[in-house]
Ligand binder design. Structure first.
Ligand code: ADP
Ligand code: MG
Length: 690
């Protein structure tokens, strides 16, 4: 069988099943081979019926004495009952809603039954056990049984059957790892690993299969990261000299003193700009840690060197806020700042400007800093000598958008601009290094002094009314309130239902006299911006929003962040929400509403009450949940989507980085390893580590 054979061509796969498989991203036999189980049920030990114990997962090998259907008296459901025996005794098995079983299983058949043994009155019985006729290599019983991630209506049995079938194509899988690495790391060969990961013979070889496949995944990431770094070393970028005197004057003119962390980050960035190959640096810092100023210092030096900067923000309001901020920061200098969004065009020193004129001026190099939304990466935007591009809240952009920005060329032959990405997602350094390999990282791990801590409180259900009263008094004082609601249903991906339900409750029952705005993922961007503007202008006192809509805007007048179902969110995410308040002069509050406050829930949420350090909270979160969950799936492409490895497999990451490094040192283009080269190219299309 070929790896490219479509699953829909396999026996038992009709259009309906094919569609379900596609939903899982599975179209070909080859793809299925690389679709790994996420756990295994250990049914490998075969017990005698007499030795069975209640509550334990067990397997027996027994003969069917009797099998028949009957209707359950109360629920009018079909039950299939069987009596089976081996040489030690006999036991009853019972299945619900599988009436066709009596056609498959006949008295006299020898079966494996795997499942949990339960006690009914005085007798033991199997309830809904997995069953399979006795054969030398069982798939569903009497072994380490693989359990796959699946979707409704596609059963484990179906998947196992198809995987087994697909394994006939295994001989066609070429091993892409260079053999010296396989030998050195004592890895299983790929075919064996792929056979064992699905249907392992024993635990030890399963471990080795897992190790091999994790190795592959992390090795590819490290290759990719190192290749980017090598490629960047070869590319040219303009040298942007450090204008020490002017920079010192600029820093002295700021209304505050830079934090130590800001100094260090700015220094690291300025050093990079002085190199003639492009910077690729990630600046991460908690909400409010002052990333903008660090970026401003870089843009300032870029302008003094007669190069242009582009600053891209995820929303129109955020772009506008940056425009206002930088206008103030650079008020005493001659730096010209432009703003370009889909609905606005502005230029410092000019009352009005048409978009066309702004674009012309920009192409002529008469604008030093152009700030904008996605509008910046449209084709009609040209720069004369772009020296620095900055992406704010970079995780909010898709892979394609980030790529476009990165590829914005200088029109001259100076190569490409330096790139600075900024994010408020608190990624612990260990994890960031994992993902970004050797890419450069600056961290603002210190808050500007004098920040008022946001008072954080867990609100149990019985205190809800009291909390609403408190919210009302804050609103009466003129303050505003954010309300975040969790997604209630899997199907409600855009949060329409979650937000609407909450909105209606507040609007009709709790605060009927107060003006409330709503934001959810189904609303067009324009409309969302409209609502945000309304909130900023205090037209709405309360803003209800889902977590899918990030409200990355400064609203100094908002003092309460109320979070519904807070136990459903990760700590890092809750911390991000909390960062939306406490930006003005007023004491601010974060109210964590819970639906079911068990001990572990309040323990976890208590970490938030006590700690105001986003990095520490993220670390803590990572211990409990995977990075995918901690940082959300929106960041796919930002965090590579791992199938088997974990971003916290730090040791293996170290090993793969070393191996990737020494391989590239000998053979950067991987000419000696065409299969691996192909694999990397394929992988590169899917993720972008920048
Ligand atoms: P973020 O890292 O979330 O982008 P900003 O750059 O928007 O944070 O900064 C948040 C606020 O902190 C701004 O109002 C900014 O003027 C202020 N700020 C930045 N650095 C300092 C500092 N060193 N001391 C005092 N305030 C600062
Ligand atoms: Mg910011």
């Amino acid at each position: 069988m070929e790896l490219s054979i479509l699953l829909s061509q396999l026996p038992t796969v009709g259009p309906r099943t094919a569609k379900l498989l596609t939903k899982l991203g599975l179209n070909t036999v080859g793809e299925l081979l690389f679709y790994y189980p996420f756990r295994y049920d250990d049914f490998s030990r075969i017990s005698k019926i007499n030795d069975l114990q209640v509550g334990t997962a067990s397997t027996v090998k027994a003969r069917v004495d009797l099998i028949k259907n009957r209707r359950s008296p109360r629920k009018r459901m079909v039950l299939t009952e069987a009596i089976l025996s081996d040489d030690s005794g006999s036991i009853k098995a019972i299945w619900f809603r599988l009436p066709f079983l009596i056609k498959i299983i006949k008295p006299g058949d020898e079966l494996f039954l795997s499942g949990r043994v339960e006690k009914e009155l005085l007798n033991f019985q199997f309830v809904n056990p997995a069953y399979e006729k006795v054969k030398s290599i069982p798939l569903h019983t009497a072994r380490l049984v693989p359990i796959y991630p699946t979707t409704a209506r596609l059963t484990q049995k179906q998947i196992r059957y198809l995987v087994k079938l697909s394994q006939t194509a295994l001989p066609k899988v070429g091993d892409w790892l260079p053999s010296p690495i396989i030998l050195r790391q004592k890895l299983l060969d790929l075919k064996t690993a792929l056979r064992q990961i699905h249907f392992p013979e024993k635990e030890p070889i399963l471990q080795r299969a897992r190790f091999r496949l994790k190795f592959d995944e992390l090795f590819l990431i490290q290759l990719e990261a190192l290749k980017i770094k090598e490629a960047l070393k070869k590319e040219k970028a303009p040298l942007i000299g450090f204008k020490e005197n002017d920079t010192k004057k600029f820093v002295a003119s700021l209304p505050f003193q830079l934090t130590q962390a800001q100094r260090k980050a700015a220094w690291e960035i300025l050093k990079d700009l002085e190199k003639t190959n492009p910077m690729n640096r990630l600046l991460e810092g908690d909400v409010g840690s002052g990333k903008t100023v660090a970026a401003a210092i870089a843009m300032f030096n870029t302008a003094l060197n007669k190069f242009q900067s582009a600053l891209m923000a995820p929303t129109e309001i955020l772009a506008q806020q940056h425009f206002e901020t930088l206008k103030k920061l650079f008020a005493k200098s001659k730096i010209r700042i432009g703003l370009l969004t889909s609905s606005a065009a502005r230029l410092t020193g000019k009352k009005e400007i048409k978009k066309k004129e702004l674009l012309e001026k920009n192409a002529e190099g008469k604008i030093d800093i152009l700030i904008g939304t996605h509008a910046l990466i449209q084709k009609n935007v040209r720069f004369k000598n772009l020296g620095l591009t900055i992406i704010d809240e970079q995780h909010r952009f898709g892979v394609e958008q980030r790529k476009k920005l990165k590829e914005m060329n200088l029109s001259s032959n100076d190569g490409r601009p330096h790139l600075l990405s900024m994010t408020a997602t608190p990624i612990p350094r260990s994890l960031a290094l994992t993902v970004y390999g050797d890419l450069d990282l600056s961290v603002l791990d210190e808050m500007p002094p004098g920040r008022k801590k946001v008072f954080t409180k867990i609100v149990p259900p019985e205190k809800r009314t009291k909390a609403y009263q408190f919210i009302r008094t804050e609103i009466e004082k003129g303050r505003q309130v954010f309300v975040i609601c969790p997604l209630i249903e899997e199907s409600d991906k855009l949060g329409v239902k979650a937000a609407t339900t909450e909105y209606e409750k507040l609007n009709e029952e709790i605060f009927p006299d107060i003006k409330i705005g709503i934001l959810h993922g189904r609303m067009p961007t324009k409309e969302k911006e409209q609502v945000m503007k309304g909130f900023l202008k205090k037209e709405y006192k309360i803003l209800v929003s889902t977590a899918v809509v990030e409200v990355g805007v400064d609203v100094p007048n908002a003092t309460i962040m109320m979070i519904e179902g807070s136990e459903r969110f990760g700590l890092a995410q809750l911390h991000q929400f909390r960062g939306r308040v406490g930006r003005g002069e007023y004491q601010s509050y974060c109210l964590l509403f819970t639906e079911n406050g068990g001990e572990t829930v309040s323990q976890r949420l208590n970490a938030l009450v006590k700690s105001h350090d986003g990095f520490a909270l993220a670390e803590q979160d990572l211990k409990f949940r995977g990075p995918g969950e901690v940082y959300g799936s929106k960041q796919s492409g930002f965090f590579p989507n791992l199938r088997i490895a974990r971003l916290t497999d730090y040791d293996l990451i170290k090993i793969t980085r070393q191996e990737a490094g020494s391989l590239l040192k000998d053979d950067l283009e991987l000419t000696k390893y065409p299969v691996l080269k192909d694999k990397v190219a394929n992988f590169t299309e899917k993720i972008h580590l920048e």
